[in-house]
Design a binder for this molecule. Structure first.
Ligand code: NI
Length: 254
């Protein structure tokens, strides 16, 4: 069994096709899917999907690209953080790739959401792009408090990965690990400890080979797991069992 630990079934590209997507997933043995929010509306949709379908779980949160000069309202989150199908706060973090002009606003939004996660004893799902050092510094302070979380679609170096592992974070790999010239994710796959590894699709983005460029969906997490097994020189079943168990452990799913 596989667990797609990060998919946006709440995205406009996928929201009309939930039943088909779940049927396709089951054909590839993808039994569980974590639907991740990126703003208020997508978070509420994730909760709705999770309440409607047994195999879907939800994460709610505001993506760093939403940060702006106004203080974003987070009070609505408190209403859902106690829902048993809401298993994480995410995706949250820092993204300096698209916009470097709102670093302070991003940090503040990230900090406030980490504090909420801590209050509700939920793990955090971290989006980090071109912001490795700042993300690490903020997580280091936060993770002191018996927190847990995952570096989603991890794309930094294997050296930086060790720092995040030392904080207690899990590492999640996605479609890029299957790309022919993706040296860094393949290096990460080789050395990441099996007991800290998650797999994901980040659907509808980042389709793995052989579907690169097409709309991604959770069934394709199979190709991510297959490529990691090849790189690590272990059986597919071993990757499958480890990542499924890790995802359930991190998100408190029985
Ligand atoms: Ni995502």
């Amino acid at each position: 069994m596989l667990f797609d630990s990060h998919a946006h079934l709440n995205d406009v590209a996928l929201i009309e096709r939930t039943e088909d997507i779940l049927a396709n997933a089951i054909e590839n043995k993808v039994e569980k899917i974590l639907c991740v929010g990126f703003d208020k509306d997508s978070s509420l949709l994730a909760v709705e999907l999770a309440n409607q379908y047994e195999s879907i779980y939800a994460a709610i949160g505001i993506h760093p690209s939403e940060a702006n000069q106004f203080e974003i309202d987070l009070d609505w989150m408190k209403e859902y953080l106690g829902n048993p199908k809401v298993v994480a706060v995410g995706e949250i973090g820092l993204d300096y790739y698209w916009d470097k002009s709102k670093i302070e606003e991003q940090k503040q939004l990230f900090q406030r959401q980490m504090e909420l996660a801590g209050k509700y004893h939920l793990p955090v799902i971290i989006h980090m792009r071109d912001a490795t050092n700042d993300t690490f510094e903020m997580l280091r302070e936060y993770m002191d408090k018996e927190a847990s979380g995952v570096m989603h679609c991890y794309s930094s170096s294997k050296e930086a990965m060790q720092q995040f592992l030392d904080l207690g974070m899990y590492i999640s790999l996605a479609g890029p690990v299957t790309f022919k010239n993706a040296r860094v994710p393949k290096e990460v796959a080789e050395v990441v400890p099996l007991e800290k590894l998650l797999v994901e699709t980040d659907s509808p983005y980042l389709s793995p080979v052989p579907y690169r460029g097409k709309t991604n969906e959770p069934k394709n997490v199979f190709y991510v797991a297959q490529e990691i097994a090849r790189i690590k020189k272990v059986s597919f079943e071993e990757i499958e069992a480890a990542t499924y168990a890790n995802t359930c452990r991190l998100f408190g799913i029985k």
